[in-house]
Write a protein that binds this ligand. Sequence first.
Ligand SMILES: [Fe+2]
Ligand SMILES: [Fe+2]
Length: 352
Amino acid sequence: MRTKTTTGVTHYHIQKKRRAEFIEEWRKHRRTVVRRDDVALRPTARGMRSGVYMGWDGDSPTRCLDALVHELDAGGVTTVHRHSWDAQLFIVEGSGWSEIDGTRYEWKPWDAIHLPAWSWHRHGNDGKKTARFMSYSSEPMLWTLGMSLLEDRGHEEVRNLPPRPAFSDGPEGDDPYARRLRRLAQEARKRRSGRIHTPYDEQELLATPRGTRTKFLVDRAIGSQASGITQVMIQFAPGKTQSLHRHPGEAWLYVVEGFGHSFLGTAPDRGQHYRWKKGDLIVVDHFLWHQHFNDDPQREARLVRVHMFDSILETMRALTDPLVLFEEAEDTLLSMQEISQIEWPDDQRPES
Ligand SMILES: [Fe+2]
Ligand SMILES: [Fe+2]
């Protein structure tokens, strides 16, 4: 009896083919600007309408992050659910609340909410008009690890739901097991005590030396304990731009106000310009050179930049060093723009 399987193909050849096919296939998923009008919202069993800007369930597969939009009508309350990944909201229009592990947070336009992994959460709208908000989550990242879990409990009372997964405190001692228990318990406590709500008015937009004003919406710098997803609002002065640079995707910019265009290219002089306006999502993919321009000569443009830095990008930097994962084309004419004349107006969020 033969006990040996013979194959004419070596491990080397199989791997080589598989790796080529993977990236070949993945290139088909690349996007540039996702238009607000192209994102169809559909009613869901959760009790709101949802649409996908970027993500598997909208046939735009991603690796780290996804981006969805939701609408919750006046008087509506969603089901309560929890998941193994964390997520963040950015409120676009309307007012309402999110209840996270039994605590209610009231929100208005341009507020941000962090939904920690495993927290029970639901949303409600007690205002007079439909609320619209973006959500960004680390689900695709956990998906690649086989660790994405979601549990929906309908309209059950939160106090009857099981608590977050338990963890053990570490004993004294310097052995590897004691050290691991202590390290993980400490990390879990930290992750469960971060900032949840960022009311828009809590901080000011701060002028940068580049013709923009920025503020953190969700970030380690303001006490958030997310998976590495951060949101920063960036306001561009009329007619201004940022410098041409590149870094790995997925980095997305949600257009809150205004219109403009972005250069996306495989080299600083080889690429195309893509127009965008309010409600669109600018997708910075793989290692493209990119530069964003506010095309309105009179008014500011406002974007919310989302990416996963503290976890994925830092990991990539550590693993690929000395490869440079952030490059800036300092010598481009456009990064030498005159900014001393900029006069910033008072910052005003929309009525809810
Ligand atoms: Fe959720
Ligand atoms: Fe960028």
